[in-house]
Design a protein around this ligand. Structure first.
Ligand code: SAM
Length: 251
């Protein structure tokens, strides 16, 4: 049975390509890649000769129709992005949607994902979290979005590129306050992997004084807003219990 495999690739350390991912990439008829040159380097490293077609933000819709036709013709297809899990701030949504609409199976081949890796080592609450992806690139749009997220009560996560990280910290200082706890996860699985925790102000200082700390790819994790004081916060537990009992007795 032909199907579309969604294959995660490494975010740095090539050994993170799973044995199953290697097998699938070696066996499929077609590999749809965000950047064929990038993916052919990965395939070369593992001695895999793949039949690559480009599938990126600019051609994904038209490419999806062709891929559905190939799947209907009995071929198997794998989708990969440049790094990590496809569809996570990467192309693939339109393709997966079209393939499922056509009644064809879509199979995950899980592996690296920068935001999950970052969350798992951040030390921030991870029972609930929100993934924002990339914030707007321009200052005004970014500040507006940060203001919208500032009261969110759980951990939230953004992706950021090295040339905007300082601007983003300045905007976080403005919209969330310098005391908000954040974590910067940089160059995960690579040689200069660094995970820094502290307040927005503290991390601004570290990055300002050490330009090496500004290099590479970042995941930024933000501690959720502390609970606002509301009704009942200052009533002793005993009194609350008595109130509950009394309320039940009310007609
Ligand atoms: N699909 C990928 C995933 O599963 O994580 C994300 C692709 S997105 C276009 C690229 C962004 O992911 C970077 O700007 C950075 O925020 C984050 N990222 C990717 N690799 C990373 C790494 N090794 N360390 C830290 N962040 C990384």
């Amino acid at each position: 049975e032909s199907c579309l495999y969604i294959v995660a690739t490494p975010i740095g350390n090539l050994n993170d390509l799973s044995p199953r991912a290697r097998d699938v990439l070696a066996q499929v008829d077609v590999i749809a890649a965000e950047d064929t040159r990038h993916t052919s380097r990965l395939l070369n490293h593992f001695g895999i000769r793949g039949n690559l077609v480009a599938c990126h933000d600019h051609n994904e819709r038209s490419r999806s129709e062709q891929i559905v036709q190939r799947l209907q013709g009995g071929e198997s297809v794998a989708l990969v992005s440049d790094a990590g899990t496809p569809l996570i701030s990467d192309p693939g949504y339109h393709l997966v949607n079209a393939v499922r609409e056509a009644g064809i199976k879509v199979v995950p081949v899980p592996g690296a994902c920068a935001m999950v890796s970052a969350l798992s080592v951040s030390g921030l609450p991870s029972d609930r979290f929100f993934f924002e992806g990339f914030l707007p690139a321009k200052g005004a749009g970014r500040r507006k979005r940060l203001a919208e997220l500032s009261d969110f009560p759980h951990t939230w996560i953004v992706y950021e590129s090295p040339h905007r990280i300082m601007d983003m910290l300045v905007d976080m200082d403005g919209e969330l306050g310098g005391d908000r706890k954040i974590v910067l996860a940089r160059e995960l699985t690579k040689t200069f992997e660094t995970v820094l925790s502290g307040t927005v102000s503290e991390l601004q200082e570290i990055l300002t004084s050490d330009e090496n700390q500004r290099r590479g790819e970042f995941v930024v994790l933000i501690h959720g807003a502390e609970k606002q004081e509301g009704f009942g916060d200052d009533i002793p537990d005993e009194a609350l219990k008595i109130l509950e009992v009394l309320v039940e007795e009310l007609p």
